[in-house]
Design a protein. Structure first.
Length: 250
């Protein structure tokens, strides 16, 4: 088990090096990058918006109950905004994208591998690490912070609606009280740590897809392992990055 794990990480390191080498050579495959922005970004946006709204609503209900119990209802907007911006928004976005995009990339590249389409691309003198891997990893890195902003906004807006149902408050006043204790560094560092989540999701999903074996069953295994591994590594990366953020942005 340990030997297989070490071998897997070694293969992933070799795979990542090939992607880095492909990234600094021409052509830059702009058409494929634009297509991946639509596949990974636009088609994931409704899902992260819905997830953010659900998190904001639940957080508002739970927080209000606890804060009212301790007589601290006045800090409810700040608690909701701070919790969503600092932690819930980034990690929820990372896990949602790992589920949808990780499975999609793993299945797509796995299907291309077992049907020998990747071999045909190599025979055409096109670098598959450039065309198929780097484009997806790059888009994941760029898109994750943007999707996090959508999750944050949806969560804050849904939280305001949930609070208003119990204790009416204007949206302007809710935002004013909510963001009064949030600095720019509180917003910037958590949002951009999702770039690391995007790199993890893209690399792991592409790696699992490119090493697919065993026909259609192998494609299914690649899709499943892409989701499981990328979600696990996103959670582990979140733990490490949160500690680093607390050190450098106290």
């Amino acid at each position: 088990m340990i030997n297989r794990s070490l071998e897997w990480f070694g293969d992933l390191g070799s795979f990542s090096w090939k992607v880095i080498r492909a990234a600094i050579t021409k052509p830059f495959e702009l058409r494929e990058i634009i297509r991946q922005f639509d596949e990974i970004g636009s088609k994931t946006l409704p899902l992260v918006a819905l997830a953010g709204a659900a998190v904001g609503t639940v957080l508002a209900f739970e927080s209000r109950s606890s804060l009212v119990h301790f007589g601290a209802k006045s800090i409810l907007p700040g608690a909701i905004v701070y919790s969503i911006v600092h932690e819930m928004g980034p990690i929820v976005t990372g896990l949602v994208v790992a589920g949808r995009v990780g499975a999609g990339i793993g299945a797509e590249l796995g299907s291309m591998r077992v049907t020998e389409q990747i071999d045909a691309i190599e025979a055409s003198a096109v670098n598959p690490y450039k065309l198929l891997v780097f484009t997806r990893v790059l888009v994941c890195i760029v898109v994750l912070p943007l999707l996090t902003l959508v999750t944050d906004f949806s969560g804050v807006f849904a939280g305001w609606i949930a609070v208003t149902l119990a204790d009416p408050i204007s949206f302007h006043r809710f935002l004013d009280k909510g963001f009064s204790g949030v600095n720019f560094s509180d917003f910037l560092a958590p949002t951009f740590r999702t770039c690391a989540f995007g790199m993890i999701i893209g690399l792991v999903a592409c790696f699992q897809g490119m090493r697919t074996r065993g026909g259609t069953e192998g494609v299914g295994r690649s899709a499943t392992s892409s989701v499981v591994l990328s979600s696990l590594f996103v959670i582990l990366a979140d733990v490490i990055l949160v500690k680093l953020i607390l050190i450098f942005f106290p």
